[in-house]
Write a protein that binds this ligand. Structure first.
Ligand SMILES: [Zn+2]
Ligand SMILES: [Zn+2]
Length: 325
């Protein structure tokens, strides 16, 4: 296994035309770019503008902590063990989570509160989180990472996720691409094993024209060829859907032309019945998968009506749990 990893890394470095398989988050800008994009999207008469501005403040707080924090680094031996087994190199689902993640949570709450403009229910939530005991916070973190919906507190989850994102993005910025193994399982982050949010077709540099899906936890992006389901790997039954109101007599060609112009689409898959959003940087340069996914609930409604479900939830927007007996 180790040899296979070395070979893959070597091949990439020898062939300059090879597609870069990973795009690691940039420590100085990752959350700041997200915050800026959320503010941008909050302006254009978005029905959830107020919510997006609050989430922008949360992303700003994440950036402040990431820019000033000291590193949390997992033990070298656990990295090597995971490499040998083609496992995510710093798995989110772990018994060895650094308890410092809870300090990050409290720092986030302090910054958000100091920024002002907390609505009364939000101020209550912040107060509640501050007095929640460590074991309960850890259980919430586990439930979120393992997607055990029935146990997740949807109101508190965005803040808990935000703290975990800071810790795992911190790790991602410190890991060399050549250390990240090729996974046997498709559809999950090779760094932390989490599900991606959305994808982006990038412009410029070595990533030009290639599609990357972005991890919802550690912000690492990995390459997935276009017109392929990022959830189940199928290349059959892939379709694209854009927002906008079709005219009554819209022909199939007109619909296709309208979809072609869109900077944001949903990529659906008939094989697994899910969709994920995809953005085109040549049409919207500041497109940021995490922010744009959160800000485009209208597209989610449209996809729900069309009979598709999200391949994975947005980490800052958890559905209220309903028992499906
Ligand atoms: Zn990840
Ligand atoms: Zn699929």
């Amino acid at each position: 296994m180790v040899q296979r990893i070395l070979e893959a890394a070597k091949i990439e470095s020898l062939d300059p035309s090879a597609i870069p398989r990973l795009r690691m988050p940039e420590r100085g800008t990752v959350f700041a770019a997200r915050a800026a994009r959320l503010l941008q999207l909050a302006e254009a008469s978005n029905p959830i503008a107020g919510y997006l501005r609050l989430m922008a403040a949360l992303a700003d707080a994440q950036q402040r902590i990431l820019s000033t924090s000291t590193a949390l680094m997992p033990a070298r031996e656990s990295i090597e063990r995971n490499q040998q087994h083609s496992m995510p190199i710093v798995p989110a689902l772990t018994d060895e989570r650094d308890p410092a993640w809870r300090d990050v949570l409290f720092m986030l709450l302090d910054i958000i509160e100091a920024a002002g403009a907390l609505t009364p229910p939000l101020a209550q939530l912040v107060a509640r989180l501050r007095t929640t005991d460590a074991a309960t916070l850890d259980t919430q973190a586990d439930a979120i990472i393992a997607l055990r919906f029935a146990e997740i507190d949807p109101a508190a989850a965005p803040f808990i996720v935000a703290a975990l994102q800071v810790v795992w993005t911190d790790l991602a910025t410190r890991i060399a691409v050549s250390d990240v193994p090729y996974l046997d399982a498709p559809g999950v982050c090779p760094l932390c094993g989490s599900m991606p949010v959305a994808s982006i077709v990038r412009v410029g540099g070595t990533h030009d024209g290639y599609r990357y899906v972005q991890c919802g936890l550690c912000s690492t992006e990995w390459h997935v060829v276009r017109a392929k389901c990022s959830n189940c790997d199928s290349t059959k039954g892939i379709a694209y859907h854009a927002m906008g109101t079709p005219t009554d007599d819209e022909t199939e060609e007109q619909r296709a032309a309208r979809a072609k112009q869109a900077a944001l689409k949903a990529e659906s898959c008939d094989e697994c019945g899910t969709y994920r959003k995809i953005g085109y940087q040549d049409k919207a340069y500041d497109f940021e998968p995490y922010a744009d996914d959160l800000a485009s609930l209208t597209l989610d409604l449209l996809m729900g009506d069309a009979g598709f479900r999200r391949a994975s939830p947005h980490p800052w927007l958890w559905p209220e749990h309903v028992d499906e007996a």
